[in-house]
Ligand binder design. Structure first.
Ligand code: Q9C
Ligand code: ZN
Length: 351
């Protein structure tokens, strides 16, 4: 397995997220990725590489120009408001909701933070843009290698983009859920741009991949499948219901498996099998897996009960789809166990 890791991920280092009216320490910390790297030292699964630069034009295949421009300049704008802001994370605090029908770009920075986000749990920091861009490059490079491998017939069939910040909550023009650039969506688009016709996304993170769903909702070249905590009770709350099946040309190309809090491996695995069946029926040529391990029983912010050993079976099940596969790291906040759980998936996969 070819592994692209983000060498500047630690430049994105949020201090606080808003939770129940208080600023609490961030769950999405650099240590998470370092634990995966440490586990890959103990159980090497392939060559570790760092990505080169990717162009803004490649990011624009998924994200809007004005969102990317905003992200690129946001930190400098934040500090320009007050030099003391250099020691504080930027968080949004005002949002347009249903009755705000225009999206004229406001001059006010706080207003633009709100226009381009959906929660106050996702701090933007000095190094966020640099780290997120390098992370997107990991996903794009992984997809490029896969596309080349598919074209050659005997080249790379599996790759892993090991990066943070994560991506699946980020939409074409919004951040949230600790995500800024949708790494998985960028990997999918790269595969399509390099000649594939049908790509499937399997999102196994605890939280619904609202960004990925919204990006591909009206398209029939991408099947999006997500297993997640029921949005009636679980973040991100406003998307991820079972009746969201896609729209327009994309009708039938989005599949959600909302599961109740407390779901253990047997029921979760049943949903996984149904999702994989749909991917088979779709006749996908490649698979992008949004690999969050916040389904773990010990995860501090999630509610499923998967055990460390179960992740070996998760990998085996995904391997049975027998598709060229790019794994993209997403959530997982039981920091000390994240490495073992992620590498178990990859080992089970037979990487
Ligand atoms: N007190 C990913 O797993 N906050 N994002 C939940 C926690 C948002 C998770 C509240 C969780 C976002 C990529
Ligand atoms: Zn998650």
């Amino acid at each position: 397995m070819l592994i692209f890791h983000n060498p500047v991920h630690h430049l994105h280092q949020g201090r606080h997220e808003m939770f129940r009216g208080r600023l609490v320490p961030c769950h999405e910390v650099p240590d998470r990725l370092d634990h995966v790297l440490a586990e890959l030292q103990r159980r090497p699964l392939g060559v570790l590489q760092t990505p080169g630069e990717v162009s803004i034009a490649e990011l624009e295949r998924i994200h809007s120009r004005r969102y990317l421009d905003f992200l690129a300049g946001a930190w400098d704008e934040w500090v320009a408001l007050d030099p003391a802001n250099a020691d504080i994370d930027a968080l949004p605090s005002v949002w347009p909701t249903r009755s705000f029908r225009h999206d004229v770009l406001p001059d006010n920075f706080a207003a633009r933070m709100g226009l381009f986000s959906f929660d106050a749990g996702t701090p933007l920091t000095a190094g966020t843009w640099t780290a997120a861009r390098a992370g997107a490059a990991c996903a794009i490079m992984a997809a490029r290698e896969l596309a080349a491998g598919i074209a050659n017939g005997d080249g790379t069939r599996h790759a892993f983009a090991l990066s943070r910040p994560p991506g699946h909550h980020a939409g074409a023009d919004f951040f949230g859920g600790y995500c800024f650039l949708n790494n998985a969506a960028l990997a999918v688009q790269t595969l399509l741009d390099r000649g594939l016709q049908r790509v499937a996304v399997l999102d196994v993170d605890y939280h619904h991949g609202n960004g990925t769903q919204s990006i591909f909702y009206e398209r029939n070249d991408v099947l999006t499948v997500s297993l997640h905590g029921d949005p009636r009770t679980e973040y991100p709350f406003f998307l991820g219901h079972a009746d969201e099946r896609g729209a327009g040309a994309g009708l039938g190309y989005n599949l959600n498996f909302p599961l109740p809090r407390g779901t253990g491996f047997p029921a979760w695995n049943k949903a996984l099998q149904s999702g994989l069946d749909a991917i088979r029926r779709f006749d996908a040529q490649a698979l992008v897996v949004s690999l969050g391990v916040d389904t773990f029983e010990g995860d501090p912010i999630s509610g499923f009960a998967l055990r460390t050993v179960d992740y070996l079976q998760v990998g085996q099940a995904i391997a049975a789809a027998n598709l060229p596969t790019a794994f993209v790291f997403e959530g997982g906040y039981a920091v000390a166990e994240v490495g073992v759980n992620v590498v178990n998936v990859l080992e089970g996969f037979g990487a």
